[in-house]
Design a protein around this ligand. Structure first.
Ligand SMILES: Nc1ncnc2c1ncn2[C@@H]1O[C@H](COP(=O)(O)OP(=O)(O)OP(=O)(O)O)[C@@H](O)[C@H]1O
Length: 257
């Protein structure tokens, strides 16, 4: 299902990237990437495996250094800030990884408290409980508060992973393959959740995927990474109206047997 169009404030950017290049040995992965993420926008980055989508996310979050180019996140140039500033910046970025990376020996409640204990000082028991319940409610899993991750389905674990990220009230969400390994119905639930998070928490998000159903359902705007650069951008319809055989192949791979 196509996402309903939302008004985007083009003057309010939370990420600006210009001329980003990154190579590993002789392999040129990103060859001059330009990207803007606007406030409260869901931006989908589409690309085949190995095109550098994860590398891009790592550069945005300061885990990898660019070889060339300008990367500004929430007003700070990532390559130029100190380690401490980078830590503070990372607190404003929520990551939803492919595997939800929950601690199996902890209950859902303990998993959600973990980032608070590590990052926020002087919280009372009552404040902690309230935050945990609030994010669990946001992902529709309040009832799972005392369960162990092993008792949950893949989709539920994914939701708890997203709740754990939301607990620190991130301004930017980075979703890496949010629907990977999930069945179509559970995937649709996660797509809806991504949109609900956008509405409820006013986050700006980058959604990395090669699942076109996810792209269509969540993306206010879609960019396509081909051969190290964003070659096309627009709405889902605008991108796939294109005659470029590489774009057509991507579409056919997703929607035909
Ligand atoms: N730290 C690294 N050292 C060397 N090569 C790397 C490193 N990180 C990524 N690469 C290479 O960069 C390329 C892009 O990797 P990346 O993980 O960004 O792909 P991707 O688009 O996210 O793919 P997928 O959809 O399969 O996750 C790959 O060829 C990978 O081997």
């Amino acid at each position: 299902m196509q996402k309903e169009k939302r008004p985007i404030d083009l003057n309010n950017k939370v990420i600006t990237i210009r001329g980003l290049k990154k190579s590993f040995d002789e392999l040129d992965i990103l060859r001059g990437v330009d990207l803007d993420l606007h406030q409260s926008e869901n931006l989908v980055v589409l690309g085949r495996s190995g095109t550098g989508k994860s590398v891009l996310i790592k550069i945005i979050s300061g885990l990898l250094k660019p070889d060339e180019g300008y990367v500004n996140v929430l007003g700070q140039e990532v390559a130029k800030i100190s380690g401490r500033e980078l830590d503070r910046l990372r607190m404003k970025i929520g990551f939803s990884f492919q595997n939800s990376a929950l601690y199996d020996s902890m209950t859902v409640r303990e998993n959600l408290e973990f980032p608070l204990v590590r990052n926020v000082r002087n919280m009372t028991r009552g404040q902690t409980d309230k935050l945990v319940e609030n994010v669990l409610d946001a992902v529709g899993l309040l009832r799972a508060i005392n369960q162990m991750p092993s008792e949950l389905s893949g989709g539920q674990r994914k939701r708890i992973g997203i709740a754990r990220t939301l607990i620190l009230k991130p301004e930017i969400m980075l979703y890496d393959e949010p629907t990977a390994g999930l069945d179509p119905i559970t995937s649709m639930d996660i797509n809806n959740l991504i949109n609900e998070v956008q509405e409820r928490f006013n986050t700006s998000s980058i959604i990395i995927t090669h699942d076109l159903t996810c792209a269509r359902a969540t993306g206010d705007r879609i960019v396509m990474l081909l051969e190290g650069q964003f070659q096309y951008q627009g709405t889902f319809e605008e991108i796939f109206r294109n005659d470029d055989p590489r774009v057509k192949a991507f579409y056919n791979y997703n929607f035909t047997d």
